[in-house]
Design a protein around this ligand. Structure first.
Ligand code: SF4
Length: 384
């Protein structure tokens, strides 16, 4: 397949046709990828990566010394969509039958206006998806609950103004059906179900089992993932976790934040290091995978050493192995948060971004030396 750049140069068009997506690359600097409904989901141009969320917001990432990121305005997003679909249309004469079928039946049916209109469809199905673990950006999110059961950690603004609410089985079934319809063939590029919001796995055993059953009927055979905090998670006996594992629960993500109780208390996060170690042992006894999230830079310079030491020693006590992972998340102070007020009262010194990055690297190396996977988790890059 060949693509004429229109300047007399003939270059090879790389087209990827997979069951879950279609990708077109007319030159080495440009790649446009579409889901099986034909919706643009990623566009790459000259070192800048654009990701469209299901609500048609566009996150932009590039490197300029360090990692940079921004979000396009709706007008800029519409321009980008027009450009990406123009690239697809220009590729069409040079494609084979399989790619052309995808273009005609899926991709070229979209206009920038129609794609922007996905924001409204999204809002009819979902409350905003505030946060996901990085390995879950391409999952199918089902909101079993709204908000967080605790909602009082001083640093967290994910669910502010969203009181905790659990969906009834009927409401959840209707939600799962609406998600199914909204995603359409887009489900083909998604793997796993993420049970949102912040603490969906805190629901009672019988409620959770019935919701997981409904999720499995809507999306059969998909593994299930979700967040839980130590405080509520620890109350479920191992046997209960085992039953959830039998129903498809695969990995549980825990906002550990730190292994230092004093800092946990400062952050107003319930639980303790000992409770967390016991809880993780229970989850492992139930054959579940665990994802721990640690905040690098929380507590500032004064807590830097004690936070790192206590966190590493807590992780060393846990029976973690293959399939488990520790996410290291650069700490972001949310403007106007209670954390900032408390940090000022306590006269703590925030770490600068390069300090946080070098701390993150140091902890990642120590965790990997224990044989446990460690990865960076930037909450500013969360996208669904
Ligand atoms: S438990 Fe998690 S979601 Fe809830 S307030 Fe704390 S950090 Fe936020």
């Amino acid at each position: 397949m060949w693509y004429d750049k229109g300047v007399g140069t003939v270059m090879k068009l790389l087209a990827t046709v997979k069951p879950g997506f279609t990708s077109l690359s007319p030159d080495r600097n440009t790649v446009a990828s579409f889901d099986r409904e034909g919706r643009l989901y990623a566009y790459f141009k000259r070192g800048v990566a654009y990701r469209r969320s299901l609500a048609s917001t566009v996150e932009v990432r590039w490197r300029e010394g360090s990692r940079r990121r921004s979000r396009l305005t709706p007008t800029q997003a519409a321009e980008l969509f027009a450009e990406a679909y123009a690239v697809a249309a220009q590729c069409r004469p040079h494609t084979d039958a399989a790619v052309r079928a995808r273009l005609d039946e899926e991709i070229l049916r979209w206009t920038p206006e129609r794609l922007l209109g996905e924001a409204e469809r999204f809002a009819r199905v979902y409350k905003p998806i505030s946060i996901l673990p990085p390995d879950q950006y391409l999952s199918i999110v089902l909101q079993a609950t709204e908000g967080c059961t605790w909602n009082r950690c001083t640093f967290c603004s994910f669910y502010q103004g969203r009181p905790f609410r659990a969906k009834s089985p009927e409401e959840f079934a209707a939600h799962a059906a609406a998600v199914r319809q909204f995603l359409g063939k887009g489900t083909l590029m998604r793997r796993g179900i993420f049970l949102a919001d912040g603490n969906a796995l805190a629901l009672s055993q019988s409620r959770l089992e019935s919701l997981m059953d409904i999720a499995a009927q809507a999306f059969p055979g998909e593994p299930v993932f979700g967040f839980i905090d130590v405080y509520t998670g620890e109350r479920r006996p191992v046997e209960g976790w085992r039953r959830l594992a039998d129903l498809g629960l695969k990995r549980v993500y825990i906002g550990m934040e730190t292994g230092l109780d004093e800092l946990l208390h400062f952050l107003n996060k319930p639980g303790s290091r000992d409770e967390l170690v016991r809880f993780v042992s229970d989850l492992k006894a139930a054959a579940l995978e665990v994802g721990l999230i640690v905040m690098i830079g929380a507590g500032g310079a004064e807590y830097r050493e004690s936070h790192a030491e206590a966190t590493l020693s807590a992780i060393a006590q846990m029976p973690l192995g293959r399939g488990d992972l520790v996410y290291l998340s650069p700490f972001i102070e949310q403007p106007g948060s209670m954390y900032i007020a408390r940090r000022r009262e306590a006269a703590l010194t925030p770490l600068a971004e390069p300090e946080i990055e070098s701390e993150l690297k140091r902890l990642a190396e120590s965790i990997r030396a224990m044989g446990i996977k460690a990865a960076r988790y930037d909450i500013r890059e969360s996208i669904y």
